[in-house]
Each structure stands twice: as C-alpha cells, then as structure tokens.
Design a protein around this ligand. Structure first.
Ligand SMILES: *Cc1c(COP(=O)(O)O)cnc(C)c1O
Length: 368
C-alpha cells in the first residue's frame, strides 16, 4: 500500500469548475487586483470573522507587510520561536528587524514562560507561530504584549481553520498572516497569502503599500511596493475556501485515529497534548518517536511517505549561527529535530491507510 504525502493531483482531479471560473475571468481583462481579488478578500474575512483581509503574493510577503504596518525599524527586536519555518525569521530580517528566538514546548509551540525574559528596550513585537496548525496560547501571549506595549503578529501561515475557544488563529493579535502555498490548507496554483486585521488604520496602510502607494492612477500617497495577489489565484482560492471545512473535518478525523492507534506505544511514541478548547488544523501530523531515523526509513520502505519538519532547528542554520546561536541554546527544539516525524494524515488519506500506517509503526517497534 502507498500512503502519499502530496495530494494535489487528487485535489485538482476535476478541473472543470476551476476552468469555468477562469474562462469567465480572462475576457474581463481584470489582471491586477480588481473585483475578483476584492470578492475573495471579503469571503475570507467573513470566514474568519475578521474586519479586513489584504491579500498578498506569498505568505512570506504577508509577514513582511505586517512588519511594515507595525513600523518595525532597523535594529528592532522581534521575539519568535526556534522551531518554525525559515520564512518567519527571514521576513523579520527582510523588514529590518532582528529575530530573538525562544524555545518551544511539548506542543511544538512557543514556550510562553520564556517570552518575558527576552524582552528588552528594543523589543517591538512577539511573533507566535501556530506550527503544524496547532493554536499557540494566544491569551497569554496577548496579555504579555499588552503589559509591555508590544505588537503581536501571528504567523498563522500553516494554520488556516485552527481555532482556540471557537475563535480563529490569526485573529487574536494585531495582525495575522496566512500562506496559500500548495501544501497549506487554503492552497492555490502557485503562491499566495493574506494579512488579516481588525485595525482599519493598518488595513488602509497595507492596501496602499501593497500596491505602490497608489490612491488613483496618477497619485501615490507613499512609497510602496507590489505584493499583490494574482486575480486568477484569488479565483482558485475562493473555490478552495468552500471545501476547507470538509477537508479540516477529515484531517481532524485522521489525526484522532492516529492518536488513538498510537497511544499504547507510550514507551516509544510521544503524542503532543491536545487541549480541549482548541481545534487543530493539522497542516501536518507530527509526533515524537524513539529511534526516529530508522523508523522513518522503515515507513518509507513500506510505502508511507513520512517526513521530518525539520532535521535542523532554525537557530542552528548558518545565518542564525552567525548571529551567535549555538547547540544547547534551545534543548526542546533540538530534541524535537531529532525525534519528530510527520505522517501523512491529510484529507485524501483513507482510514484504511491510517490503519496501515499504525500497523507499520507497531510492527517496527515490536522488533526492538
Ligand atoms: C508556509 C509558511 C510560511 C511562508 O509562506 P509562503 O507562502 O511559502 O511564503 C511562513 N511561516 C510559516 C510558519 C509557514 O508554515
């Protein structure tokens, strides 16, 4: 049996509905922003229960725009977590800031107890990451930020659809950022992203700044950039958004079955705690395993496309080492880099494939 990690050919097997929309759009000549992008932004804002959505060309650009919007200045410090995707830190640096890492906890999320000790006079913002689609502890993070007058930019790139107490990730802080990368929950045919905020000043700034500062054809209000979402991607995103809740339901179902099937392997497998007040969006399903590298090889040999996100924690990558970070700085992130494994659990994985995965993991440990 094969259990594949990538599901795009299945998701886009029936292209007709997408092509029908695209055939209507092409003759309109609306190729930069315009009604298709606006319609998508309104739909996404309604889905999230947020006041404003400003779409962008990538999730990384969504983060860079967010840092511009909070007026991040050269040398400002931004506190974030050591086990995230490169773009979280890359965007901070691209906007002129300095990433200051803290370790993660046993849910693979920013360890909130370590944030306050990293706050200095130069700290401008906290950037929690809803890693794997699991909600970070936003109540605590927002309360720390208010106490020290810091901004909160949520890197919600991998977590569209995740909720805490019924409220969507990306809507707790000052700004939330999302990615439409092909393997994120709301995916397009290439790259895309969006910034979400309830603050109308931030929204007004971003709508201008994202589009050269243009107020009309002949006037600009500020120096801006071009980080627009392509209208054809907005059209794809609108359709995918309609299928999101069903996809999430299946991801949650698959994750629950894996949790259930693996929980008796306690001495070999550690599942993350899953607080009752959260709904995870399971961009990926990750657990910690003993003897990870050999288990990984075994699963791949058995046709299960397991992965590691990521074998090298961010603070041990070259540019972070050049900032002075070293082995031992973040024991939890380092331990997770050695132990974490990602199992396919997306919406196209069947229960039969889930049971096969569980059997193969059990089989591996029965030989130890
Ligand atoms: C995917 C991702 C990004 C970047 O999004 P792109 O659309 O690929 O630029 C940033 N941060 C996190 C945590 C992500 O998972």
């Amino acid at each position: 049996m094969k259990v594949e990690y990538n599901y795009l050919s299945q998701q886009f097997e029936n292209l007709e509905p997408y092509f029908e929309d695209l055939r209507k759009w092409v003759p309109t000549g609306e190729y930069t922003l315009g009604p298709y992008v606006e319609a998508f932004e309104k739909k996404a804002a309604d889905y999230l229960g947020a006041s404003h959505v400003i779409s962008t060309n990538t999730g990384t650009d969504a983060l860079i725009l967010a840092f511009k919007a909070i007026d991040l200045k050269a040398g400002d410090e931004v506190i974030t977590v050591a086990n995230t995707f490169y773009a979280t830190a890359g965007a901070i640096v691209a906007a002129g800031g300095k990433p200051v890492f803290v370790d993660c906890d046993n849910r693979y999320l920013i360890d909130v107890s370590q944030i306050e000790s990293k706050i200095t006079k130069k700290t401008k913002a906290i950037v929690p990451v809803h890693w794997t689609g699991a909600p970070a502890d936003m109540k605590e993070i927002v309360s720390i930020a208010r106490k020290y007058s810091l901004k909160v930019v949520e890197d919600a790139c991998p977590s569209l659809g995740a909720q805490m107490d019924g409220k969507y990730c990306g809507t707790f802080g000052d700004i939330g950022c999302f990615s439409f990368h092909p393997l994120k929950q709301l995916n397009v045919w290439g790259d895309g992203g969006m910034v979400v905020t309830d603050n109308s000043e931030i929204a007004d700034f971003l709508r201008l700044y994202r589009n050269h500062g243009l107020v009309d054809r002949d006037h600009i209000a500020m120096w801006g950039v071009n980080k627009r979402l392509q209208p054809f991607q907005a059209i794809i995103a609108s359709r995918v958004l309609d299928t999101m809740e069903e996809a999430l339901r299946l991801r949650v179902r698959n994750a629950a079955r894996l949790d259930e099937g693996l929980k008796d392997l306690k001495s070999f497998v550690t599942l993350p705690p899953r607080p009752k007040n959260t709904r995870e969006a399971f961009q990926v399903y990750m657990i910690r395993c003993q003897d990870r590298d050999r288990l990984l090889a075994h699963l791949i040999q058995e046709g299960i496309e397991a992965k590691v996100h990521y074998p090298i924690p961010l603070h041990l990558q070259k540019p972070a080492r050049e900032m002075g970070y070293k082995e031992g700085d973040f024991p939890m992130a380092e331990r997770q880099a050695r132990e974490l494994i990602t199992l396919p659990a997306h919406q196209y994985v069947t229960l039969e494939q889930i049971h096969y995965t569980i059997e193969k993991i059990k089989e591996y440990y029965s030989h130890l």
